[in-house]
Design a protein around this ligand. Sequence first.
Ligand SMILES: *Cc1c(COP(=O)(O)O)cnc(C)c1O
Length: 349
Amino acid sequence: MTIRDLLRPNIRNLVPYSSARTEYKGKASIFLDANESPFDNGYNRYPDPLQWELKQEIAAQKGVKPEQIFLGNGSDETLDLLIRAFCEPNKDNVLILPPTYGMYEVLANINGVECRKCSLNEDFSLNMKRLLNAIDQNTKIIFICSPNNPTGNSFEFTKIQELMKAFNGVVVIDEAYIDFSPKPSFIKKLNEYPYLFVSQTFSKSISAAGLRLGIGLSSPEIIQIMNAVKPPYNINSLTQGEGLNCIKDRTKIESDIATILAEKQHLFNALNELEIVVQIFPSDANFWLVRFENADLVYEALKQKGIIVRNRSNQLYCENTLRISIGTPDENQNLLRTLEAINQKTEIK
Ligand SMILES: *Cc1c(COP(=O)(O)O)cnc(C)c1O
């Protein structure tokens, strides 16, 4: 089985669009080949379709080759393109592990691809036996979110390796929260598993959700397919430039992560003191999933005070939970003061 065999037949035979900037890549003094406006305002020209400058910086930081990187208009675009390239509508399926990130199922539905669900154990760990049983010859992609959203836990490295050995398809590890985690990234396994696809993002640790930049890391073969399927100029030039500025500032990124992690610990200690808190689930991410005695009540009371958290109570095995992102020190202090007041009122009752 090769990567080519896994592709949808129409993608296997696809002749990609050839833009002016893919046909002539060199330097020149006069460009009259793309029907652009000649009047320079900083963005009158089409952007680099393959974002080489940005990819070279990311490659250097992550210890991969630029040819192993795909940049999407958010992770959403990256994951959508993966499904579009590998899954034949009404025939193939993808596998997800609830409770997990809701976007995988939406993307499968948009593409007319069956979204098969294989739930985690009740303690949010992987159930390998159930997982391997859920796969069939039409399963093309397995989405594993680690650290997982909304639960916060990471999955065992060895179990995922076992899965990659057993499964003849693409394994996506969504590492949106990996920079907050003490556990290693799967990036170091890319050269060993050509069907491994690691998805990271500018939206969390790099403080750039508004730019819309998703980072896909995989084998050059899979990246080449993604490049052929994507819209030619999917990352605009302002985003390419600002993304480069953001990721080059390692000092800021690392100090922001350190602040979040210190605040996360502080929040844990304080939450632990509240009687209304039943359980705080282990988290390797920039949020806590917290079980309350009555999550809806706490959600409404926080909302009354202008503090919005995510109510995850209707997710599998997440009854009475709120997902709370770590904010600035001031925001967290405000949250804690409000929760303490809610706690006292509840006690009086
Ligand atoms: C936040 C998040 C992302 C980021 O998505 P973008 O489209 O890059 O903003 C991806 N996956 C998970 C699980 C997330 O929680």
